[in-house]
Design a protein around this ligand. Structure first.
Ligand SMILES: [Zn+2]
Length: 459
């Protein structure tokens, strides 16, 4: 099976089964904009809740934050985004398509250099679509600009944040003072960010509106190496929790020439997506660059005083930064499994190919499906009462149409771990059949014991 082929199937499944739709579809869509459907929003929320629990509420050294998307534009001057957050844009002189020069070079196997002060050696680069000549590159700022208030002038310019980290740095002092924290400690945030990308690609991998998980972990300067390697370990655990295979993860150490000038160490964690090995998240030691810049631009004291030694200094920071949408995509790619010839033993379906989404239980959008064997009224009644009972604790779906084999396969396709089937015997013995997505093993369970049965399964 070709890799791009399998990716198309994942994209199709995502749309057909209510995970991710192209945005604004009835109006012809909008390039690189997507909407999360009923199952997609459950999956994404499950991932976000798991992240928040693992990195904020279950730790003693972390707190959360939810800062504004539109903030004082000076923040982006201090962070360097106004001046430097740009990509090299080139146009084709013949077909007028736009490209990122660095991507075109990478596609030809040439590692682009990051020195923006000199023109690049283009090595005879031509338009990949029509072979036409390309314009010289010009730097294109990626921040999405808007205007606050009724006047569209330079005094009312504001930006949709290009990353959530800025909100964390500017609240450093507020959090420190109000929460009485001691180093080392971290501030975490989940939220939307916006980048006016020149090119977008690969479904939800690169979009202009996206969501981020970001942590700024503040440390004493002399301790950074120890904390960096701890975060490296924790990030790997997170990937395994998501169901990503260790073999599909690659740690890419960024060399000194390609790092931001203030960073002393950066690792990109790359994932082998069906469309290629691409960055899933980054881990960077950013020294005291951010707090120092905000100190300079705001004129406020953002230092920390050690309560024991009384030593006063600007904390250094380790930054794990992840894309939420990229994580959703990696989870879908990792879970997607095709079984040639199918797993079913019934004659009607034994020659077909079956799709099973092997999502970790904690992430599955629907935990249990309730399937009455027939639509007959007395079975429906019992099934509905089981549905409402289970819904008190879990996300449960009800399905009474089509054959039971087809209904099992529908649930396998969306990753539902368990199906509960209510048959005519259930009316007599008050038991139901519970079927396991991965083993296809079937247990006969008393209706009164279902809650404790699933408590055990989901813990
Ligand atoms: Zn062209």
């Amino acid at each position: 099976m070709e890799q791009s082929n399998s990716f198309d199937k994942i994209v199709n499944l995502a749309k057909q089964r209510g995970f991710i739709y192209p945005s604004s579809e009835i109006y012809g869509g909008l390039s690189a904009a997507y909407d999360y459907g009923p199952l997609g929003v459950e999956l994404k929320n499950n991932i976000k809740q798991a992240w928040w629990k693992m990195f904020v509420t279950s730790r003693a050294d972390m707190v959360g934050l939810d800062s504004a998307i539109i903030m004082n534009p000076k923040i982006w001057e201090a962070s360097g985004h106004v001046e430097n957050f740009s990509d090299p844009l080139v146009d084709c002189k013949s077909c007028h398509k736009r490209f990122r020069e660095d991507h075109l070079l990478e596609n030809k196997g040439i590692q682009p250099e990051y020195d923006k002060t000199k023109p690049r050696d283009r090595k005879g680069l031509k338009c990949p679509d029509c072979g036409g000549e390309l314009t010289p590159a010009r730097q294109f700022n990626l921040m999405l600009k808007t205007f606050l208030g009724p006047l569209e002038d330079s005094a009312s310019v504001a930006y949709l944040r290009p990353e959530t980290a800025g909100g964390i740095f500017v609240n450093f002092k507020n959090v420190l003072d109000s929460m009485r924290l001691r180093l080392p400690f971290g501030i975490a945030q989940i939220g939307k960010a916006f980048r006016n990308e020149i090119t977008t690609e690969n479904f939800i991998f690169r979009t202009r509106e996206f969501e981020q998980f970001e942590i700024e972990y503040f440390v004493k300067p002399e301790d950074w190496e120890q904390h960096f390697s701890e975060w490296q370990k924790v990030m790997k655990q997170w990937c395994l929790f998501l169901g990503l295979a260790q073999d599909d993860l690659v740690e890419h150490e960024i060399g000194p020439k390609d790092r931001a000038f203030y960073s002393k160490r950066t690792i990109d964690f790359e994932y082998k997506f069906p469309f290629g090995q691409k960055e899933l998240f980054g881990l960077a030691y950013r020294t005291d660059y951010d707090l120092t810049q905000h100190q300079k631009f705001s004129g406020q004291d953002l230092s920390y005083t050690d309560p024991i030694t009384k030593e006063k200094f600007t904390p250094h920071v380790i930054e794990p930064s992840l894309g939420v949408d990229r994580t959703v995509l990696a989870v879908l790619c990792a879970a997607y499994t095709e079984i040639e010839g199918g797993r079913s033993t019934t004659t009607e379906s034994n020659k077909e190919k079956e799709v099973v989404l092997r999502l970790p239980y904690a992430l599955a959008p629907i935990k249990i499906a309730v399937l009455p064997l027939s639509k007959k009224e007395h079975l429906s009644e019992l099934s509905r009462s089981i549905l409402m009972e289970l819904k008190k604790k879990w996300v449960v779906m009800y399905d009474e149409t089509a054959s039971i084999g087809k209904r099992y396969r529908r649930q396998d396709e969306i990753g539902t771990p368990y199906c509960v089937t209510i048959d005519f015997e259930s009316l007599e013995d008050h038991k139901v059949t519970v079927r396991d997505r991965d083993t296809m093993q079937q247990d006969r369970v008393a209706i009164d014991d279902l809650e404790s049965y699933f408590n055990t399964k989901f813990n």
